[in-house]
Write a protein that binds this ligand. Structure first.
Ligand SMILES: Cc1cc2nc3c(=O)[nH]c(=O)nc-3n(C[C@H](O)[C@H](O)[C@H](O)COP(=O)(O)OP(=O)(O)OC[C@H]3O[C@@H](n4cnc5c(N)ncnc54)[C@H](O)[C@@H]3O)c2cc1C
Length: 437
């Protein structure tokens, strides 16, 4: 079948643009027969390739990426390696699922942490924890629920008031925040580069190699612009592009998330902020306020704008609207910055299932999926890739049981109901959490 839509990532990603230029790997140019093929080189595909190569040291693994390493969502996110699900407290009757999610996230964080250390990946890796902050009464109520969940899970946290938040971040804006210690902050484009450049030697990694046709059967047959691949097994790690490769067609929907990055704050601005060390903050109401980073190199990253855009390219107006909102949010929270400090505004895809279950597992005897990370791909995507490689290598672990127990994405309504529903849902989320904007 023809792959109906290929990724078109913008070139505005501030994380990538603040790194030095990189030599990219050449595209696949000769026909190949291979035991295991992996498609997509984000967090999930890179983890799958590494894991498969380690589990099968005498076998070559081919990894194909449509664009360049670090073009996808994994390099354009807010850089939180999050251990706790955002909705701890939302369903306290399902502690089992929360515990499984925690085990998965913590194993992923541990693995990434070891890789960063072993391969000396320079990506601002910083186990700082995170603030979950509220400005309004409504937001504070969400934090009450969050605390209930943390107590039940026996997880440590600090319940901070305005002055304590100011002491840690320099911000006056929020009246309450829960600080949890398990999140790691990092520079996602630098992490993806480091992971891609340190793959085991039995991984053949080709960039600029979109899969344009794929046929599933006893073997997997794939066409790319210059060459074809025949594989015994495939791991799909293309995130929200799954339906275009003929999988999870009615189970995944995508949103575009937008972020802006400022220039580094100057000395006087940093002093006015209280010279904090780097920190990360998520909003109490997930779709309401911004996710904020203050980085080691003194930049602010604000992720706060959503669109339901489903086409190939995102309109200029959406970037402009996102930038305007983020400028306003920066001004409100960092009044010491007088001019417009934004240097980059970009967008990336977030793939979601209606019931927030992962699009993970075996789709056919020789087809495995590490797709649909529900907005927390740094941990869940990494672990989905690692465990999909285990499955494809006929290996088994208790973490694989945890992942499989998280269930399957539920079925979505058909078009155009889906698009209308998504549009309404995003607007509803924005409206109900408007006090946190
Ligand atoms: C602005 C923003 C902020 C976010 N913040 C966070 C955060 O702080 N923490 C967190 O955990 N998550 C965050 N997320 C979500 C996270 O980035 C994703 O969940 C994660 O990157 C998904 O990883 P992945 O490997 O599944 O997909 P991707 O990183 O999207 O990788 C999929 C790859 O498949 C490739 N591909 C697609 N089709 C084809 C084809 N036909 N042929 C070959 N290759 C193909 C794509 O080019 C892409 O590189 C954020 C997302 C955005 C956009």
């Amino acid at each position: 079948m023809k792959v109906e839509r290929l990724p078109t990532h913008d070139s505005f990603n501030g994380w990538t643009n603040s790194l030095s230029p990189r030599q990219y790997r050449p595209a696949l140019a000769s026909d190949t027969r291979i035991p295991l093929l992996i498609i997509g080189a984000g967090a999930a595909g890179l983890a799958a390739a590494r894991s498969a190569a380690i589990l099968n040291p005498n076998q070559e693994v081919v990894l194909l990426e449509a664009a360049k390493l670090g073009d996808g969502a994994s390099a354009r996110n807010s850089g939180f390696v999050i251990d706790l699900p955002h909705n701890v407290g939302a369903d306290l009757n399902d502690l089992d699922t929360l515990k499984r999610s925690l085990r998965i996230a913590r194993s992923a964080t541990q693995w990434l942490s070891e890789l960063v250390e072993t391969h000396e990946i320079d990506c601002q890796w910083s186990p700082q924890g995170q603030y979950m902050a509220a400005k309004s009464k409504q937001g504070s109520k969400v934090l009450d629920g969050f605390i209930k969940g943390l107590d039940l899970l026996n997880e440590p946290y600090k319940d901070l008031d305005r002055s304590q938040i100011r002491a840690g971040t320099g911000l006056e804006y929020y009246h309450r925040a829960i600080k949890t210690p398990g999140t790691v902050l990092m520079q996602p484009a630098a992490l993806m580069r480091g992971l891609g450049d340190s793959l085991p030697s039995n991984v053949r990694f080709y960039e600029n190699t979109p899969v344009t046709h794929i046929d599933y059967g006893k073997t997997i047959r794939v066409q790319t612009p210059l060459a074809s691949v025949v594989a015994d097994k495939v791991i799909l790690a293309v995130n929200g592009f799954a339906p275009f490769l003929g999988q999870l067609k009615r189970q995944v929907f995508t949103l575009q998330a937008f972020a802006s990055m400022t220039r580094p704050l100057d000395k006087s601005e940093r002093e006015a902020l209280g010279n904090p060390s780097n920190w990360g903050m998520v909003p109490a109401m997930a779709f309401g306020g911004p996710t904020i980073r203050y980085t080691m190199d003194h930049r602010i990253i604000m992720r706060s704008f959503w669109r339901t855009h489903q086409r190939d390219t995102v309109s200029k107006a959406a970037y402009a609207d996102s930038r305007a909102l983020q400028k306003k949010q920066i001004n409100a929270r960092f009044p010491m910055i007088k001019n417009d400090p934004i240097e980059h505004t970009w967008t990336g895809q977030v793939a979601l299932a209606q019931n927030f279950a992962p699009g993970f597992g075996q789709l056919a005897p020789n087809v495995f999926s590490a797709m649909v990370q529900n907005g927390v791909g740094m941990t869940k995507g990494t672990m989905a890739g690692k465990l999909a490689a285990e499955m494809a290598s006929d290996k088994h672990s208790s973490l694989l049981d945890d992942m499989l127990a998280l269930g399957k994405p539920s079925k979505l309504p058909p078009q155009p109901l889906l698009s209308i529903g998504m549009f309404a849902k995003v607007r509803w989320w924005e409206w109900t959490s408007r006090f946190e904007r």
